[in-house]
Design a protein around this ligand. Sequence first.
Ligand code: F3S
Length: 401
Amino acid sequence: MKLTKDQQDLLDGKYGPGAQLAMKVQVAVGESFGAERMVPITRAHVALSNQDADLWLAEKMVDMGAKCRIAPTVNPGWCLPYFEAKGLVSEEDYKMMERTHNAYKKLGAVLSYNCTPYIDTNVPNFGEVVAYSESSATPYANAVWGARTNREGANSALFASITGYVPEYGLLFDENRKGTILVDVQADMDNDYCYHMLGMCGKKIGHGIPVFTGLPKHISPEAFRNLGAQLNTSGAYDMYHIVGVTPEAPDLETAFGGKEPERKVTITNEDFEEVLKEISLEGNREIDFVMFGCPHFTLNECKHIHERLQGRKLKKEMYILTSSHVKHMAELMGIDEELEGLGAHIIPSTCPDQPCWKFLKGKIGLTESPKCAYYPQRRGINFVIRDLDTCIEAAVTGEVK
Ligand code: F3S
């Protein structure tokens, strides 16, 4: 691979052993993909997980003196002050989150603890080369903003943040961003929840870059978020197009780069029903709690819940996961206090796939997000999946119909 002087200096250890190791790994990754050079990035997002391997690497980088040249935003772990104050975490779990926090702080990351940076805190421009990990972040950056990123892992995004470069391959090139599968959506797409269901059709859509037709002209940020998150729960998609909506798909021909689709797929309401049967516990039952915010909820969604709950009281506790800035806005607007009074908790910086939820083991939850239902299963927490308004109603009645 041809390296610039700065890149060679990094590789030779001029900027210390941490940056050297990061560059070494990146060059090896680049060579394995046939990259001819490294290119600078302007943004990064690291999907930290607050789990053993993640912490091991972050602390190793700190010990080796690494510092981020491009300060990345980071994924949620769990909110230390919130769960500690409630006495819901063990000392061991507390230490782990504290060490994760300290390691990323020393590396110079932006401690955003939010998995939807593409909506508020780290929004790329069209054509910008970035290094994003996190399942909903990569497709959002590529498809919705027209920025360019490969599907980085937490570690490769961290290395990119440290060196300020990524190897040039894959989705950084025009020709690899074109659609390969035509997906004609005939299902009703009435609300943001339908995009969760569409994203869960990965098995039927198959491997490649989907080009969706049949979708409405106006698609909310929340719907785009849901689509990307679930495409990467049911499959692996770094990029998609929506004809007439996303920036690299003004028409079918451009979306496919003038080529014929390799495959054509139709998605109907029956597909959504089949997917739901596969991923959700059966309904018509009492539930123990309701959880939203995987990926993190927006201020609009918090406001929507607040409006729907006016004058009502919850029978079951509701957890709404979001970023610290949405939490702060909700506090300033008085939404947070009112929801808290009803039994709905807006919790910042927290992911459902974290040990802070151990107290829910064996319980039945209700959520609108298949991804939220998917990860906590390994912690013995199972979910019914329904649309947002059905979930809000169920929190009031205690039962899902
Ligand atoms: Fe975000 Fe965690 Fe869900 S990182 S998408 S809240 S699994």
